[in-house]
Design a protein. Structure first.
Length: 257
């Protein structure tokens, strides 16, 4: 019996497209999460990848956790292991040194929205929507990730009501960077990823690191860390190439060195 695929990965011109393909709605079970960790750890170390797109196959981005894959509450340690795997899955994207773009092509529900929210940039299709419906089934979760993208009031609205929030409404709330017609979503994500991929990869990685490290720092401490990144980059071959290209009035060729 063939092992389920869960993800398809293609790489072209520095852009990796990661397609979730656990039909019908890309629900997340333990095997899905373990494979997600493997995929993003692999892409993190690939020199030919400079930006990543995450999208769902079919009509859903991800419907969230697979409710048939719950830990046995009577088994000591089972829930701890289950939760650790979930965190590791999200952290594989959060800590990936390459920028990750979530192309939300359909419903992103509960853990499905968290999967999108741990990406660096979110864009969505007009027919997409998100929902955090845990309170409707007697659970709670995802607050910290929702707070990273919604205002205080809107975060509570989303979590307390569990209501669906449409793609156009997400754009109005400044949760996503773009909301485009369904047929244009992947092209828009590719255009954005290609724009990122043209930049100096060491500098892009340093910028992502600065976002991660400084998120909960004071302004002074965060900016001091960022300056340390800039000082290190000033010694790179890519920085020298950028200066030479500017003087010679040509486009730079970056190699990540």
């Amino acid at each position: 019996m063939m092992e389920p695929k869960y993800f398809e990965v293609t790489v072209e011109a520095g852009v990796a497209t990661v397609t979730m393909c656990r039909g019908p709605v890309n629900a997340q079970n333990t095997a899905f999460r373990q494979r997600c960790i493997e995929v993003f750890d692999n892409l993190s170390d690939r020199d030919d990848v400079r930006a990543i797109i995450l999208i769902g196959q079919g009509k859903a981005f991800s419907a969230g956790a697979d409710l048939t894959d719950r830990p046995d509450l009577e088994t000591p340690g089972a829930y701890r292991r289950h939760n650790r795997t979930i965190r590791d899955c999200f952290d594989a994207i959060l800590t990936c040194p390459k920028p990750v773009i979530a192309a939300i092509n359909g419903p992103a529900i509960a853990a499905g929205f968290v999967l999108a929210s741990v990406c660096d940039i979110m864009i969505c299709s007009e027919s997409s929507w998100i929902s955090m419906p845990e309170v409707a089934v007697g659970l709670a979760g995802g607050v910290r990730h929702v707070l990273r993208h919604f205002s205080q009031s809107d975060a509570r609205l989303a979590m307390f009501t569990g209501r669906r929030i449409s793609g156009p409404e997400l754009l109005r709330m400044n949760v996503v960077s773009a909301c485009v017609p369904d047929a244009e979503l992947l092209a828009a994500a590719n255009s954005l990823a290609s724009e990122i991929a043209k930049n100096a990869p060491l500098a892009v990685t340093a910028a992502k690191r600065s976002f991660a490290v400084s998120e909960e720092m004071s302004v002074h401490a965060g900016y001091s860390f960022e300056q340390s990144q800039t000082a290190a980059l000033a010694r790179s071959e890519d920085c020298a190439e950028a200066i030479a290209a500017f003087a010679e009035k040509r486009s730079p060729e970056f190699h990540g060195r």
